[in-house]
Design a protein around this ligand. Structure first.
Ligand code: ATP
Ligand code: MG
Length: 233
């Protein structure tokens, strides 16, 4: 069973038919558990809108999203907030770390907000795999961009979410650091069988993924297996 299923998803902005923006126009898609999927498309094609819908950050005009079998738009706002905290990890271009918390506190924040138990062994594994052992007491302001993004990835992994959604995760990084962060994302996906959906503008970055979906004018117009990325590892 796919971990993520999207059925005939539409998101229209504006009520006036003359000026309505069809940001998503009948998108259907399935993602298997452990898959690392890249979404590519030009600016304004609907990528971020799609990611926001998948993560329940916003509601669709019509259509359904199932995360691990749960119909997320059938949930109340309150339930959806809790579900999102537990089941969806986000990684954004801007890292979004809390500046007054150290690295470890940032990583643990979603678990603590949820009152969940910390799986110490798993946490150590994640911190080790992302090379953050020496930095756990540092504040984000003392880290490089690549290190900050690795903290954001650790934070997203910490809750063992059903899906991790990444919107241009390397958008603020130089090309060498981008490559390193991507290789880590791919390794995390394989090591922890973690499903990751990643948006990118960059074709060579997309090639790292297991599969690439192309979106244009709010519609998926192709999706195929990307195998050439394997050489990056
Ligand atoms: N809140 C909003 N209100 C009105 N229109 C919006 C809103 N959010 C997005 N749009 C429109 O929806 C379309 C898709 O936007 P979206 O942000 O999903 O694009 P994107 O593919 O992520 O672009 P980029 O690569 O520049 O980030 C665009 O035409 C945009 O102007
Ligand atoms: Mg975007």
């Amino acid at each position: 069973m796919p971990i993520l299923r999207i059925e005939h998803l539409k998101k229209y902005y504006g009520k006036d038919p003359q000026t309505t923006v069809k940001a998503l126009d009948d998108v259907s898609l399935s993602v298997e558990k452990g898959e690392f999927l890249a979404i590519v498309g030009t600016s304004g094609s609907g990528k971020s809108t799609l990611l926001h819908m998948l993560g329940g950050l916003d509601r669709a005009t019509s259509g359904k999203v199932f995360v691990d079998g749960n119909d997320i738009f059938a949930m109340s706002d309150e339930k959806l907030t809790i579900f999102r905290r537990r089941s969806v990890g986000f990684v954004f271009q801007s890292y979004n770390l809390v500046p007054i918390l150290n690295v470890l506190e940032n990583i643990l924040l979603p678990i603590e907000l949820d009152g969940g138990r910390i799986d110490q062994q798993y946490l150590n594994e994640v911190i080790g795999a992302l090379g953050l052992q020496e930095k756990i007491h540092n504040l984000p302001s003392n880290l490089s961009g690549g290190q900050q993004q690795r903290v954001a990835i650790a934070r997203a992994l910490a809750t063992k979410p059903s899906i991790i959604l990444a919107d241009e995760p390397t958008g603020n990084l130089d090309s060498k650091t981008s490559q390193e962060v991507l290789i880590l994302l791919k390794q995390m996906s394989k090591k922890f069988n973690q499903t990751i959906v990643m948006i990118t503008h960059n074709e060579s970055i997309a090639q790292t993924a297991d599969r690439i979906i192309r979106i244009e004018d709010g519609r998926i117009f192709s999706g195929n297996a990307a195998s050439s990325g394997a050489s990056l590892l």
